[in-house]
Design a protein around this ligand. Structure first.
Ligand SMILES: [Zn+2]
Length: 191
């Protein structure tokens, strides 16, 4: 369902609710979008690699397991299998494959996978949101210009030549004009 506020980069008198402000700020903040989602709890994938130790309060035991990487020296293919097997395996080409077993905590791998799948969902949602926002921004800019502007020919690093304020999690270049509009209103602190 399309909601006008979702598609608008322009603040109006309806843009007073915090939820709407957060939505606007999603132009530059994936984390605010993450916070709006239900069911994510307190998981922080961005910090996961900083603290690989299992949480002390976890009552769950590691689940030991084996993943086996298989490399075919003929095809130079790489794949993995969860199936343990005595003896050598042959690739579909007939060559005996090289094998490398990896010991796993299956629960840790599973937890990471769930986090990644959640993050993919979040990024997909964020991607859709950013597409709508920039399609709308393109339209508004054409109105401001009174024409369809010809973009600059990019000869250098757009980070330096086009006043890019930051790069979002999708790699989108966010201009200073779009970055953190709430900060332009000192009395509008949401704290
Ligand atoms: Zn092969």
């Amino acid at each position: 369902m399309r909601v006008s506020l979702r598609d608008s980069l322009i603040l109006d008198d309806k843009m007073t609710e915090k939820d709407d402000a957060d939505l606007l700020n999603n132009v530059v903040s994936l984390e605010s979008m993450r916070a709006r989602r239900k069911g994510l709890g307190s998981q922080e994938p961005t910090k996961a690699h900083d603290d690989p130790q299992p949480t002390a309060e976890s009552a769950l035991e590691p689940i030991p397991g084996i993943l086996t990487w298989l490399r075919c020296p003929t095809c130079e293919s790489l794949e993995y299998t969860e199936i343990e097997m005595k003896g050598r395996r042959r690739h579909k080409c007939g060559t005996i494959v090289d094998e490398a077993e990896v010991a796993l905590d299956v629960r840790a791998e599973y937890t990471l996978t769930k986090i990644n799948l959640e993050r993919i969902d979040l990024l997909a949602e964020y991607l859709d949101s950013q597409r709508r926002l920039f399609q709308e921004y393109e339209r508004r800019l054409e109105i401001i210009a009174g024409e369809v502007p010809e973009p600059y020919a990019l000869t250098g690093d757009p980070m330096k030549t086009l006043l890019v304020k930051n790069v979002d999690p999708l790699g989108l270049l966010i201009s200073a004009a779009l970055h953190d509009p709430a900060s332009r209103f000192k009395d509008d602190d949401d704290g």
